[in-house]
Ligand binder design. Structure first.
Ligand code: FAD
Ligand code: FES
Length: 277
């Protein structure tokens, strides 16, 4: 699949939630072969610390009279993301991608449950749009189960609301974002309720978020026999399959496991095949 390395410009870079920015990047090349769940590597040019790019899900694609490209949504956690937060429209940025495998939904999915925790909603706007474009029997019902520490950490709620899907929001501290229903707890709570009320064979979970959430989700999925895929956010150095810093333990059909590169064979893996230690 064609990948592009581009030195381009920031179009917008706006604070959208607590320590969370949405950056619009001009890069029509990246939009051409993109699949939901794929990611890109981004680097601020002329900076030596950090020297390497960082991986980010492609949150959305954009196109208008000025051009086309991708939006990424990032949480400021360290040096690279703090540097991105200083970028102004028109300033240069390096981006390469689309990278990784992406999600794959088959036509047997009747109810797609999107499970997101923290900044883990970022691969799912494009997946939701793709699922909504299916017609007839292939069109699944979609529920977003999205959990955050607090109401201020939710990012992109209006984007999902506009798509008209079911939304089940949870916060750990019990706060509720304006204009939305939300309850205290974890994103896995509403997911479990769906498992308890619908036949498992039509359900499919696509999950991304903190490791404890993914581990809890995997346990529930195994218990209720629900299929799904998880996108892993392991640290990465090259993003191109060369350095092996990003490996995860993945089981094969025989039950044996091997290290798989999250950047190359992932970041999306069959949920039941992921080993956590
Ligand atoms: C495939 C993939 C897709 C990703 N998509 C996104 C995305 O869409 N949006 C996004 O914000 N992030 C995403 N991430 C995570 C993102 O790559 C890291 O947050 C980023 O590399 C941090 O770079 P930094 O230099 O700012 O911080 P670093 O210096 O690398 O880290 C600073 C500190 O923060 C901790 N840390 C690192 N990452 C996280 C994290 N995600 N959450 C909490 N603490 C963390 C580190 O352990 C360290 O202590 C993705 C990761 C992968 C592998
Ligand atoms: S980040 Fe280098 S092999 Fe995956």
């Amino acid at each position: 699949m064609a990948k592009s390395f581009i030195v381009t410009t920031v179009v917008e870079n706006e604070l959208v939630a607590q320590n969370t920015y949405r950056m619009r990047i001009a890069c029509p090349e990246l939009t051409q072969t993109f699949r939901p769940g794929q990611f890109c590597m981004i680097r601020k040019p002329g900076v030596n610390d950090p020297l390497l790019g960082r991986p980010f899900a492609i949150y959305d694609l954009w196109q208008d009279e000025s051009g086309a490209g991708v939006d990424v949504m990032y949480l400021v956690v360290g040096k690279a993301t703090a540097g991105f937060a200083e970028l102004l429209p028109g300033q240069p940025i390096e981006i390469w991608g689309p990278l990784g495998n992406g999600f794959s939904l088959d036509s047997s999915v009747k109810h797609l449950i999107i499970l997101a925790g923290g900044i883990g909603q970022t691969p799912f706007l494009t997946l939701t749009k793709e699922a909504l474009s299916k017609t007839g029997d292939a069109a699944p019902k979609i529920t977003l189960c999205y959990g955050a520490r607090s109401k201020d950490a939710f990012a992109g709620l209006d984007d999902f609301k506009k798509l008209g899907i079911e939304m089940a929001l949870t916060t750990v501290d019990g706060t509720t974002p304006d204009g939305f229903d939300c309850r205290q707890g974890f994103a896995t709570d509403p997911m479990k309720e769906i498992f308890e009320s619908e036949p498992a064979d039509g359900l499919f979970v696509c999950a991304c978020g903190p490791r404890p959430m993914l581990i809890a989700a995997q346990k529930l999925m195994n218990q209720y026999n629900v299929r799904g895929q998880m996108s892993l956010e392991t640290p990465m150095a090259c993003g191109l399959g060369i350095c092996f810093t990003c490996v995860a333990k993945i089981q094969d059909d025989s039950g044996a496991w091997d290290y798989k590169r999250t950047c190359k064979e992932g970041p999306v893996f069959d949920a039941k095949r992921i080993l956590w230690d």
